[in-house]
Design a protein around this ligand. Structure first.
Ligand code: AMP
Ligand code: FE
Ligand code: FE
Ligand code: ZN
Length: 282
C-alpha cells in the first residue's frame, strides 16, 4: 500500500495555556488523527514543550517546539507564532514568567469588572480552571459558561471580554517587532497567526504585513479554521506577493472551544521543510 503524504498541524495548544489536553493527550490525538508533525504553540508559555517533544518521540510524532506570543499594535491584539525556538533559553523563560504574572493580575482585574456588572464569578474559580499554566480569557469565558451566566463562549467575548469590550483588560505590552525579535533571538521562525482576527477596517493590513516583514517576519498562517476559502485565497496571495512562508494549523484548544480541532488543518509536510530550512541552526 502506498504511504499517504506526510501532514502537519502547526498550531496546537495544551492545558499549559488555554487548551484542555495535556501534552500526552495532544500527542496521542495527533497520532490518532494520522498527523506526522505538530507544533505546540501555547500562549506566552513553553512549559508544555519538553513533555510534548518527549511523548512525540515515543509515539513517532515530530513535535516542533513553538510559542504563540501576544503583542499589541494600535489597540489590536496581534498573535505571533514562533517555530523551532530554543524554548529553554533562560532570558526567554524569565520574560515569559513576567508575562504570566501580568496575566494573573489581569485575570483578577477582569473578574472585578465582571463582578461590577453583576456577574458572580470568583478569582478562585478562574484559577482552578486555568491550573498552573498561563491564565487567559478563555478560562474566564469557560467559568461564565459553566455557571450559566452566558449562553456560549462567543457571547462572553462579544458582550464582555473581547477586545475593546467593557470588561477587557490589556496584557503585557509587547510590540509585534519585539515579539519577532525575541523569536529571532531564539533561533526561531516568526509567523503572523490567524490574520483574520486583526481588525482590518482599523489598520492598513497589507502595509502592516510589509512593516512586519521589514522587522523580520517570515510567514503568515494562511490555513486556519476561522479562515473562509476567500480568506485563504487572499492571505495566500499576500504571502506569495511578499515572499513570506505559508503555514497553517487548527489552533486546537482541546475541548476549550467546544470542538476538538486537532488535525482539521492538515498541512503538506513540504511547508514544514520550508520553515525548517530558514532556521539558522540546521
Ligand atoms: P488571552 O490570551 O487571555 O487574551 O485570550 C486569548 C484567547 O481567547 C485565545 O484562545 C483566543 O482564541 C480566544 N478568543 C479571543 N477572542 C475570542 C472570541 N471572540 N471568541 C472565542 N475565543 C476568543
Ligand atoms: Fe487560546
Ligand atoms: Fe491566537
Ligand atoms: Zn492559538
Amino acid at each position: 500500500m502506498q504511504k499517504s503524504k506526510k501532514v502537519a498541524d502547526l498550531h496546537v495548544h495544551t492545558y499549559l495555556s488555554d487548551g484542555t489536553f495535556s501534552p500526552f493527550e495532544v500527542v496521542k490525538r495527533a497520532k490518532e488523527e494520522g498527523l506526522d508533525a505538530i507544533a505546540v504553540t501555547d500562549h506566552d508559555i513553553v512549559s508544555g514543550v519538553s513533555q510534548s517533544v518527549q511523548f512525540g518521540e515515543e509515539f513517532g510524532i515530530e513535535v516542533i517546539p513553538g510559542v504563540e506570543l501576544t503583542a499589541e499594535f494600535e489597540e489590536n491584539e496581534v498573535h505571533l507564532l514562533g517555530y523551532f525556538i530554543d524554548w529553554q533559553a533562560d532570558w526567554f523563560l524569565e520574560k515569559l514568567q513576567q508575562v504570566c504574572e501580568v496575566r494573573i493580575e489581569r485575570a483578577k482585574k477582569i473578574v472585578e469588572k465582571l463582578k461590577e456588572r453583576g456577574l458572580d464569578i470568583s478569582e478562585e474559580e478562574v484559577f482552578k480552571t486555568s491550573g498552573p499554566g498561563a491564565v487567559g480569557r478563555l478560562h474566564i469565558a469557560q467559568v461564565l459558561l459553566k455557571k450559566g451566566l452566558i449562553l456560549s463562549l462567543q457571547e462572553a467575548f462579544r458582550l464582555y471580554i473581547g477586545n475593546g469590550k467593557p470588561c477587557y483588560v490589556k496584557k503585557f505590552k509587547l510590540l509585534p517587532e519585539e515579539a519577532i525579535d525575541m523569536i529571532d533571538r531564539l533561533g526561531g521562525v516568526s509567523v503572523l497567526a490567524h490574520p483574520k482576527t486583526l481588525q482590518f477596517e482599523r489598520i492598513d493590513f497589507e502595509g502592516f504585513v510589509k512593516d512586519l516583514k521589514r522587522v523580520g517576519l517570515k510567514g503568515v498562517e494562511v490555513y486556519h479554521p476561522d479562515h473562509s476559502n476567500a480568506d485563504i485565497t487572499y492571505f495566500e496571495g499576500l504571502a506569495k506577493k511578499e515572499n513570506l512562508l505559508i503555514t497553517g494549523g487548527s489552533d486546537c484548544h482541546g475541548l476549550g472551544k467546544g470542538e476538538v480541532l486537532i488535525g482539521k488543518v492538515r498541512l503538506p509536510y513540504k511547508f514544514v521543510e520550508r520553515l525548517r530550512s530558514i532556521t539558522p541552526c540546521i
